[in-house]
Design a protein around this ligand. Structure first.
Ligand SMILES: Nc1nc2c(ncn2[C@@H]2O[C@H](COP(=O)(O)OP(=O)(O)OP(=O)(O)O)[C@@H](O)[C@H]2O)c(=O)[nH]1
Length: 516
């Protein structure tokens, strides 16, 4: 798994976790509380509506009571005095009391007086429904049942629903047997409903029910919210005095937008969190993951190429800088040690010139170059004359010093002719030259021998000189020979070896050349 993938997965898990946390909090705590508050509010709206309706009846009932419990009304039921009617139920009475009709009944449900007057339109109208001898079910409007002195409610008429209030006729001091009852009525009007809506702070409309079956599932306006949820609007029915559905009331609640799980605030919070998470990821990616990945790729590439180099990253974080600097120091140290190892593996410790292994590598490369470019290649195989005797005479340490002095000469001579010098065996050395002409090569071999002689290292044991001398076997491969492939790298060394053998056998302290 990559670090970036891990951080992406981590960020996504964090986003899911926080989202579910916020959503759960809203679902289990906030939303139920808001719903409960709205339900409570809507319950109060329904109760207010009920109170507003009752208030309408209270006005009607109070008026009705005043007229029913009055000596003049009581007396009328025995005398049927027209003066009582003419002085108390003129049209202006209806207008001032804001009622639309008065009916007086005896104890046998017989209407002894009835008058209707639409106090707004100021005209009479017929209400046959209040003839209780022809509309027997409507007798329920009268308070003639035991322990009942008043009744009120709605009644269906051909002019629409009306509100009524009735009370038994009694003396003012409430003595004497009931002699009849007075009924006051008031039409249900839009203006009245509008006032109720204002009191309850809801929008109201109503319709008259003509088909009972359509209202079977509707609740009666009574007792507020009953086993219902919150809603933007709901319907209630009003029953007439006989318990039959009369009106459907459409209530539009104050709350027209119900709370949802993902409301605007939650969405904004989630968006803000998502944006913050994404920004966070990009910051971490930009300043931490990308440098780390680049660093890892660079190290990987170095390992593949086997070329260790310091990292050139800049980073804001102290820890990252410490890491990079630490790595660079490590690389520096490894390179240093590698160089030392390389040197140790290629340079002869005593003489500080190339060892045989290094020579083989260089020789192989130069052989191929010379072969490809058709250029000359020359080898000089050097052996110190009577060195065993030198050691015997001066000691091994002096022998070492002599070899060191000799190798300095070999190295200088080689380098001054663009060649290399290497230790080939114990006291056997080899020089390699490329692109020299035969003349230059020959001259160099002689010069080399002279330079060694010029060291003037005393050598009492030598049978050819009183100073240290060398024998040199040289092999020179011409450009032509390199081209026609008549020789090999090995054969050239062999030729040099043969010439060295010749030089030894023909008196030492000399350089013999074979040109191929
Ligand atoms: N002091 C010292 N002696 C070495 C070293 N390497 C080889 N020798 C000695 O070099 C001597 C080589 O002797 P030989 O190969 O017998 O030949 P020589 O005495 O040089 O005689 P010729 O080669 O025939 O002229 C040996 O005695 C080795 O011990 C070295 O690193 N230091």
């Amino acid at each position: 798994m990559t670090l970036r993938f891990f951080v992406i997965i981590g960020t996504l898990i964090l986003m899911c976790f926080v989202t579910s946390l916020l959503v759960s909090y809203r679902y289990f705590f906030t939303l139920p509380t808001i719903n409960e508050n709205i339900k409570d509010y809507q319950d109060r709206e329904l109760l207010s509506l009920e109170i507003a309706l009752n208030r309408e009846f209270v006005f009607l009932k109070t008026l009705n009571y005043d007229y029913a419990v009055w000596d003049d009304s009581y007396d009328y039921m025995t005398s049927f005095d027209k003066d009582y009617i003419e002085s108390n139920y003129v049209d202006d009475t209806f207008k001032s009391l804001k009622i639309d009709g008065v009916f007086i009944y005896d104890m046998n449900f017989k209407q002894v007086y009835g008058h209707t007057f639409d106090y707004i339109q100021e005209q009479s109208f017929e209400l046959p429904e209040f003839d209780l001898n022809t509309h027997l079910p409507n007798r329920t409007i009268l308070p003639y049942k035991k322990n009942t002195s008043e009744r009120f409610g709605f009644l269906r008429t051909e002019h629409g629903p009306v509100m009524f209030a009735s009370h038994v006729i009694q003396r003012t001091d409430k003595t004497g047997e009931p002699v009849g009852s007075i009924v006051f009525i008031k039409k249900v009007r839009k203006s009245q409903v509008a006032m109720m809506a204002e009191v309850a702070q809801v929008k109201l409309s109503y319709s008259i029910i003509n088909d009972d079956s359509a209202t079977q599932n509707l609740l009666v306006l009574n007792g507020g919210i009953q086993n219902e949820g919150i809603a933007t609007e709901r319907q209630r029915i009003l029953l007439d005095i006989n318990g039959n559905p009369l009106l459907t009331v459409n209530i539009e609640h104050h709350h027209q937008r119900l709370p949802v799980l993902f409301d605007l605030y939650l969405i904004i919070i989630l968006i803000m969190f998502f944006v913050a998470s994404i920004i966070g990821f990009f910051v971490v990616n930009r300043f931490f993951i990308t440098p780390l990945i680049n660093g890892a790729s660079a190290i990987n590439l170095m390992l593949l190429k086997n070329d260790l180099q310091p990292l050139h990253f800049k980073n804001q974080f102290i820890e990252m800088r410490v890491l990079i600097n630490g790595f660079n120091s490590l690389i520096k140290e490894v390179k240093k040690q590698n160089e030392q190892l390389e040197k140790i593996s290629k340079i002869d410790e005593l003489t500080q010139i190339y060892n045989r292994r290094a020579f083989e590598e260089i020789y192989t490369l130069q052989w191929h170059d010379a072969h490809n470019q058709k250029t000359t290649l020359g080898l000089m195989l050097i052996d110190v004359d009577y060195f065993k005797l030198y050691n015997d005479c001066y000691g091994h340490q002096e022998g070492d010093s002599a070899l060191q002095a000799l190798c300095r000469v070999l190295k200088e001579t080689a380098q001054s002719n663009n060649g290399i010098a290497a230790r080939y065996g114990g006291e056997e050395f080899i020089l390699l030259f490329n692109q020299l002409s035969f003349e230059q090569f020959e001259l160099t071999s002689q010069q080399l021998r002279k330079n060694v002689n010029a060291l003037k290292l005393p050598h009492k044991g030598s049978k050819v000189s009183d100073v240290l001398t060398i024998s040199v076997g040289c092999a020179f491969a011409t450009a032509k020979a390199m081209d026609n492939e008549s020789i090999t790298a090995k054969s050239l060394i062999k030729d040099a070896d043969v010439m060295l053998y010749e030089a030894k056998n023909t008196g030492r302290d000399r350089a013999l050349i074979k040109s191929i």
